[in-house]
Design a protein around this ligand. Sequence first.
Ligand code: ZN
Length: 260
Amino acid sequence: MSDAMNSHDMLNDKELLRYSRQILLQQIDIDGQLRLKHSRVLIVGLGGLGSPVALYLAAAGVGELHLADFDTVDITNLQRQIIHDSASIGLSKVDSASARLLALNPQLRLHAHRQALGNDSLAAAVTAVDLVLDCSDNFSTREAVNAACVAAKVPLVSGAAIRLEGQLSVFDPRRDDSPCYHCIYGHGSEAELTCSEAGVVGPLVGLVGSLQALEALKLLAKFGEPMVGRLLLIDALGSRFRELRVKRDPGCSVCGSDAQ
Ligand SMILES: [Zn+2]
């Protein structure tokens, strides 16, 4: 993915073995695995969505993960935030997650953002990576992450889950036809509610986070058809998946032609 890739890059025997089951897929192969190795990814939020996202991307051999979360692990997190455990209570989520991820894959390179990211630091954090996953739980963070991704032309994999409903989409500012998060959600909804207020079931955030990780691998290794221009709606109660087409809003104040 990054410019560091050249013909001298190779996978060593241990890497070939560790990633053999996905290298077997013709859509990934050695080239896709090398792209993952040279990819840098920012994960915003290490909660219910960020847990499976970080674990699966680390396991898949994404070379560099940038972890952003200013929170500490609380006992009420453990019902769904499976990267943390009982011994992590009171630790920063970034530190707790880092230990687990390095135990899983010692070759992983990690960058920690333990403070809340303001506009400038968020812009710098987004510019430093190839892809961003929004695993946060609130509307204002989602809006800020989206604006930074649009400005830096960095693709964004967005997931959300609350109560018994989940949503997933991919916004790719490198494409003219892609909407941004604000095109779809900018007019407000019940998005201000968070899981701590409304409740959520663990496997649902696991499902949405796993789909986010899958979309990220597709974008980074360049295979398949990403969910750009499509919004997946998951109804956990009825076990139903529905897909909506979503379009770019030409008047969008973030990605539209009149945006500042
Ligand atoms: Zn937009």
